[in-house]
Design a protein around this ligand. Sequence first.
Ligand SMILES: Nc1ncnc2c1ncn2[C@@H]1O[C@H](COP(=O)(O)OP(=O)(O)O)[C@@H](O)[C@H]1O
Ligand SMILES: [Mg+2]
Length: 138
Amino acid sequence: MKKNFLEELNSSQKQAVLYIKGPSIILAGAGSGKTRVLIAKVLNLIENHFVDPKKILMITFTNKAVEEMKKRIGFKYSLGFVGTFHSFCAKILRLDGNKINLKKNFLIYDENDQLSLIKLILKNINLNKKIYSCLFFK
Ligand SMILES: Nc1ncnc2c1ncn2[C@@H]1O[C@H](COP(=O)(O)OP(=O)(O)O)[C@@H](O)[C@H]1O
Ligand SMILES: [Mg+2]
């Protein structure tokens, strides 16, 4: 059994890493070693439990956290997916969006894009002035 990454953990971290019976939630403060636990958990599953790296999904909120996870996993293993919730969902929609009548080349609009689009639609149907005057006289 390879132990190098396990030796770098304190006892609570080790307990979290070694638990493989099902889902678990790890609650801990900033900088307390959560990411270290996740990386060790992945390495433990691959190296000691022979889980196929391609079947592992690591998902988080920010691109910065994604980069950190990728860097810490290193080049040794290529996981199924490491990314943000947004990129993961976008990937699913690109692959299988046709099942809900979504074209492969769909675009994602941010808040500014959405506002510009609504303004353009209102202008095109000549509603913009009416709405503005409505608001003005209220
Ligand atoms: N058991 C430990 N022993 C020594 N250093 C640790 C330990 N756990 C975490 N660290 C170090 O502490 C820092 C923060 O850990 P990290 O896993 O990024 O925390 P979090 O994800 O909770 O913010 C990192 O530099 C990490 O290598
Ligand atoms: Mg972290």
